[in-house]
Design a protein around this ligand. Sequence first.
Ligand SMILES: NC(=O)C1=CN([C@@H]2O[C@H](COP(=O)(O)OP(=O)(O)OC[C@H]3O[C@@H](n4cnc5c(N)ncnc54)[C@H](OP(=O)(O)O)[C@@H]3O)[C@@H](O)[C@H]2O)C=CC1
Ligand SMILES: CC(C)(CO)C(=O)C(=O)O
Length: 337
Amino acid sequence: MNHAPKQTITLIGLGALGKVIVFKANSRNLSIQAIVRHHTKMNCEYLLNDTDGVSHKLNVACNDFEMLSQSDLILLTVKAFSIIEILEQFDKILPCDVPIILINNGMGIKEQIEARLPHRKHQFYQVITTMAAYTDSLGTHFVSKGMSYYGKIFTSSIQSKSCMSFTELNKKERRHTENEALTMFESLFLENGEISLIHRVHEISYYQLEKLYINALINPLTVKYQCLNGGLLDHINELNLLIDEILLFHSALHSSNAISQNLSRDELYFKLMDVIQKTQYNQSSMLQDFLASRRLEIEEISGYILKKSALMCLDLPATQLLYEEVKKRILREPIKH
Ligand SMILES: NC(=O)C1=CN([C@@H]2O[C@H](COP(=O)(O)OP(=O)(O)OC[C@H]3O[C@@H](n4cnc5c(N)ncnc54)[C@H](OP(=O)(O)O)[C@@H]3O)[C@@H](O)[C@H]2O)C=CC1
Ligand SMILES: CC(C)(CO)C(=O)C(=O)O
């Protein structure tokens, strides 16, 4: 008989995706808590409208830092610009030998982990997902289950001796293996107990780049034209210029061996048109953030491409102009929170 204690998950960031993950964990009877910004909160109640239209009232325990230090799996569902600050804030209490799984759009996190959290490199996994959810005054709406891919961020990293957490200092033995934690994570994406909506991949960076390109082509343009994703079909000439620059960028990455796969114009064009068509009635996440006066992931999307391009001596004038137009709009309507 197996007397091992139940595995536990700590999720940091109870926004739209975080609420969906908690819902999934609850319906699979997994033990999950959330860390939210206000650390005095002991639980959070919210309404989740599932993809089938059924509403569920949920209540999740929050901010148990002892549980955080002993969790078998850490999930971060925060915006890209919040990730490093949160990891640094909890560095002393995060366990050193469990997977830390990041679910976000945008890029640049790998470089920041390398610089600021090198002792944790062995722990990081990245999820790239087409799952969709948003929150409004009626609750959180789980719009689409999509498909997710995940993989190690640093493929050849081993545990660093300098990672000494609260758990290690108390010489508490970890009760579950990394594989068990990942199996638990994957079970969150099982449909009817059998069809998996997540796949583990060897090279997650290619999936990250593909999603980055889709986000860079759709999100800032929807802010510029204040339109739904489908409205971008009225700006096809501008989209074509941006696609050409993205291909130039990808080709430079490929030539410098930063990425092994190449990307053809047809591939990128059809992928983009497919996403625009499937999400034609959606507001992009960047437009939603803009309309709610929240900080945008513009630096982690277009800004990332422009910074990397500059390092490779590439000029991307249409991408640069779009980036500046979005930044100007933010200045006109500043972020409130
Ligand atoms: N929603 C979607 O459909 C999809 C989202 N993504 C990506 O996933 C990531 C998360 O997205 P989403 O869930 O929509 O984002 P949200 O903005 O809805 O959620 C982020 C949450 O993180 C919280 N947070 C920020 N800083 C802290 C902190 N220091 N401590 C605790 N909590 C904190 C925020 O709290 P507060 O509100 O107080 O700031 C908010 O609740 C983003 O990168 C997004 O681009 C990817 C695919 C689909
Ligand atoms: C795919 C897309 C563009 C869908 O809206 C998205 O990921 C986003 O809005 O951030």
